[in-house]
Design a protein. Structure first.
Length: 268
């Protein structure tokens, strides 16, 4: 079954934070879909290397991005945005960290919105509002929404601090705006929602190979997906690209290492 995609990323969100925070919209997704609290990011567990693996389907050892600086070697591995664009899918990305501009090739995004200025606590709400407006108006085939506050607060106040959990609750409200938009526009049957983080964190930092930094939530929910299903097969962050390509009905490049998370599908 070919599906449109809403991909929502919470930067720096640990799975155990979702258990402690009040996140009714994340809960709605995992209860209605397939999920794991033990998906694995990549080392080094920084934002740009993890996103490059998420989008380009390979580990940092291959794409060459090992810190938050882009490396031209990554373009040898097309992102799922590039593949979607090549197959005439409408693509959009809304985010608040300028370094994410290199997750796809120039021209592959039909719509690209980066929140201007410094990344502030209200940026996620603004990003979500802009994305929701486009979702209702244009109904893109692929919509990526990146929310950043939990990473910012983790660095400032500490991972698993009260302030960190509160930031995740605010991000859940932004996610709720997107899900409400799907409902109000009668689009739930057209979209599969994928929710994940890029990395976790510990104390005031991340980037190591520790379980606190590498373990991430990964949730998928939509018409082709099993409901309330706890995934038992390992899920890696670079499996996200292949899963999205499968849902969009576009071919997976041979250079990708990731595979679709077949166990999540009702009729794999």
């Amino acid at each position: 079954m070919i599906s449109k995609i809403l991909l929502v990323i919470f930067d720096g969100c640990r799975p155990d934070a979702l258990w402690q925070a009040r996140v009714p919209h994340v809960e709605q997704l995992w209860r209605g879909g397939a999920y794991t609290w033990n998906a694995q990011s990549v080392a080094p567990s920084f934002t740009l290397p993890a996103h490059m693996s998420m989008f380009r389907g390979v580990t940092p050892e291959r794409h060459g991005v090992t810190d938050n600086s882009f490396q031209p070697s990554a373009v040898a591995f097309p992102s799922f945005v590039d593949i979607a664009h090549q197959h005439r899918r409408q693509t959009a990305m809304f985010y608040s960290w300028e370094q994410l501009r290199d997750l796809s090739s120039h021209g592959s995004l039909t719509v690209s919105y980066c929140r201007d200025g410094a990344v502030t606590p209200d940026a996620d709400q603004i990003v979500a509002e802009q994305a929701a407006a486009l979702l209702a108006r244009e109904r893109p085939d692929l919509l990526v929404v990146y929310l950043a506050e939990s990473d910012l607060v983790g660095h400032a106040a500490g991972w698993m601090s009260a302030a960190y959990l509160q930031s995740i609750e605010r991000m859940d409200q932004a996610l709720g705006l997107l899900l409400t938009t799907l409902d109000q526009a009668n689009l739930r049957d057209e979209y599969t929602v994928i929710f994940l983080s890029d990395h976790g964190g510990h104390e005031h930092t991340h980037g190591t190979a520790s379980p606190e930094d590498l373990t991430i939530p990964w949730i998928i929910s939509g018409p082709p997906i099993k409901a309330g299903h706890a995934l038992t097969t390992p899920v890696r962050i670079h499996d996200t690209a292949a899963t999205i390509a499968h849902l969009l009905g576009v071919p997976r490049p041979d250079v990708w290492e990731g595979q679709p998370v077949w166990e999540a599908f009702a009729h794999a």
